[in-house]
Design a protein around this ligand. Structure first.
Ligand code: IVH
Length: 666
């Protein structure tokens, strides 16, 4: 074997092991920097030697931009579901039934029921070859490329594994990732995921695996299948699978009596709230595999297992009225106003009613006693009406408004869409203010010193009606307002001035074109180097762009079809905002950072991390992954990691703020 091939294989072995130590065991043996260096060396070698490519190489974790339809694969063993119950009495019945049928001692393996989306993984010769969703139980979608981006799923196993086996489990989106994702979606006015389960399954079905990689999914595996399993017990099989590098829950427990089973249930009903992922119950499985075979299956589910589901937390309260909110795109959200009620640790007073269909489906009347649930959802929702609590005097039936609550314009409902819209984009106040708020937001033009309240104040005073008006404000205009002084006025004007340097892709995002979020704006800016080119693009040209479908394309066409929007863009352009990609973006700008090794850490406001990395290179500097004695300085944004900060301080490495850095290279 030649040296290069040997080195590549050694690097892959090392990286698989360190990946496992880090992600599965939470016990890294080497520093991030050492890991990054090994990874970079492997990436470089693989790029130079495509003949040694390996679909299971640790470098494959980053995902690819290639889109493809999923192929369907038949499951070797059908993926059955579990019989489930909400009642402890039925759990006792299950226990008694098993006892009677087996007629002798047995153990029950108690496990958490993870609330995500199920997956079947096939390993051959210790390598992950296939990951398939449950589908209809008989055949599912092959989502291998997406699953490979999940770092807790090993691509290559170690130890004494069978040559071929399948292992099933649950793909989950941890609460933390879920909340972050929804926050980002909210800012972009994209529909929120109702719960981590939907977010996980939606993510798994994305066509672009690099987006999957960003969303930080996790997985727990709970069922080993194959011809040659290592042990006779389910619990023991999984513990052995853990020794091959697979991620198995630490919370499995064997019980020998119904009391032990109940203790497990009661303990986790409370304690599950402290887990980083969502669970919706407990799964009980007869542990011995021979006993499992004896008990067998019904048409739908095994007789040797049952799921006990926790009651979703819900509360009963009175519906006082329904109000309607108008978003920046004109979408109307009905909101239930409730008598305050305690639910999962917070007081709930308002709940989303989503849309007209949901209201009609519930047959809601004012004064009804309604059930509110939080479950996995961030925004509580109304799930039902207590019909028994209705008296003879029924309140008014909740219909849906026909006119905008803010401006009185008749509402529209677009064929095929659930939401109603107020079409009065030009003069409906919350739409005008919403667009300006979006324009000034951090990820868009990032205008410091301005927020929803100031926007509202300026609007009330007739000072602004669109984003371009912001640039006509003077110090005198601002400082005469209540709670505004000369200092804050200057601050606002200064950040408006600075926003003229915000790159084209963010300016494009700031325009608030429906469905054009940050990522789409980036793609558009890449495909159409100037706003004129984008404005002139036809439907075909737009959908030729990667990830742009008809929905987005039509929204862009609609935006530019409106003369008011074209005028706004013209005014913003005349003011000096960036509406074209800078030609020198790719070429060297200076050698001001020549010979310097720079580490980037934290969150930035002026440019994205990627932009800073590009800037460092354009000015002759070198991006390095972690801090060492050789680091010239750390370019630090907000929330720099505490360990990095400590290390920098210990080694006496200089910390440079975003502002200082921009001055340095200007
Ligand atoms: S065992 C034949 N164990 O719950 C037994 N399932 O309706 C197969 N689930 O489709 C499943 N946690 O997606 C099993 N510890 C666990 C589980 C679990 C979650 C899911 C799984 C399954 C559904 C049962």
């Amino acid at each position: 074997m030649n040296d290069i091939k040997e080195r590549i294989e050694l690097l892959r072995d090392m990286l698989h092991r360190h990946n496992y130590n880090y992600y599965v065991l939470n016990a890294p043996e080497i520093s991030d920097k050492e890991f990054d260096d090994l990874m970079r060396e492997l990436q470089d070698l693989e790029a130079e030697h495509p003949e040694y490519a390996d679909p299971n190489s640790p470098t494959m974790r980053v995902g690819s931009d290639l889109s493809k339809e999923f192929t369907q694969v038949e499951h070797k063993y059908p993926m059955l579901s579990l019989g489930n119950t909400y009642s402890e009495a039925e759990v006792r019945e299950f226990f008694e039934r098993v006892k009677k049928q087996l007629g002798k001692e047995f153990e029950i393996c108690c496990e958490l029921k993870y609330d995500g989306t199920s997956i079947s993984l096939t390993y051959e010769q210790g390598r992950l070859v296939r990951a398939v969703t449950r589908g209809d139980g008989v055949r599912g979608d092959d989502v291998t490329d997406n699953v490979k981006t999940i770092r807790t799923i090993p691509l290559v196993l170690h130890g004494d594994y069978p040559s071929e086996f399948e292992i099933r489990g649950e793909i989950l989106m941890p609460w933390e990732s879920f909340e972050r994702l929804n926050k980002e979606r909210e800012a972009r006015e994209e529909p929120l995921f109702a719960n981590p389960r939907n977010a996980a399954s939606g993510t798994l079905k994305l066509q672009n695996s690099s987006v999957v990689a960003e969303r930080k999914l996790d997985a727990y595996l709970y069922y080993l299948l194959g011809e040659q399993l290592p042990c006779e017990g389910h619990y023991e099989n999984l513990q052995t699978a853990a020794s091959w590098g697979l991620k198995i829950s630490e919370h499995m427990k064997k019980a020998h009596s119904i009391e032990e089973v109940m203790d497990y249930i009661n303990y986790w009903d409370v304690e599950r709230k402290n887990l980083p992922v969502a669970t919706d119950g407990i799964v009980l499985k007869v542990n011995d595999i021979r006993q499992q075979r004896l008990l067998g299956y019904t048409a739908k589910s095994p007789r040797w297992a049952i799921a006990y589901k926790f009651q979703a937390e819900r509360a009963l309260t009175r519906l006082n009225k329904v109000t309607y909110q108008v978003g920046r795109t004109g979408a109307i959200t009905p909101v239930a106003n409730l008598d305050p009620v305690q639910l999962s640790g917070t007081v709930v007073q308002r709940a989303s009613l989503h849309n007209a269909d949901i209201i009609a489906g519930l047959d809601l009347h004012i004064g009804d006693m309604v059930y509110v649930e939080k479950g996995g959802e961030i925004i509580p929702k109304i799930t039902g009406v207590d019909l028994d609590a209705r008296g003879i005097l029924l309140g008014d039936k909740v219909g849906f408004i026909t006119r905008c609550p803010e401006c009185g314009t008749p509402l529209l409902r677009i064929e095929g869409e659930a939401a109603h819209y107020c079409p009065n984009q030009a003069a409906c106040p919350p739409q005008i203010k919403g667009r300006i708020e979006h324009f000034i937001s951090r990820k868009a033009m990032n205008i410091d010193g301005l927020g929803p309240e100031t926007v509202d104040l300026f609007f009330q005073q007739g000072m602004i009606n669109d984003a371009a008006d912001l640039y006509t404000l003077t110090v005198d205009d601002i400082k005469r307002l209540e709670r505004m002084g000369e200092k804050s006025a200057l601050h606002i004007l200064d950040s408006l001035e600075r926003s003229k340097q915000v790159p084209y892709e963010r300016t494009l995002f700031a325009l608030g074109i429906r469905f054009v979020g940050e990522t789409v704006a980036k793609k558009l800016a890449k495909a159409f180097p100037s706003i004129e080119e984008l404005e002139q693009a036809d439907l075909q040209k737009l959908i030729d762009v990667d990830e742009i479908g008809e929905k987005i394309a039509n929204s862009i066409l609609q935006f530019f079809a409106d003369e008011k929007n074209r005028l706004l863009v013209q005014r913003l352009k005349a003011i000096g905002l960036q509406f074209a990609r800078k030609e020198d973006e790719m070429t060297a700008a200076s050698d001001k950072l020549k010979g310097l090794s720079i580490v980037i850490s934290g969150v930035f406001t002026e440019h994205s991390r990627e932009e800073y990395k590009a800037l460092i290179e354009q000015h002759g500097g070198k991006n390095v992954g972690s801090i060492s004695g050789k680091t010239s300085f750390v370019l630090a944004g907000d929330n720099m990691g505490p360990s990095k900060l400590e290390k920098a301080q210990k080694l006496g490495v200089r910390i440079v703020s975003e502002k200082e850095f921009l001055e340095m290279i200007s």
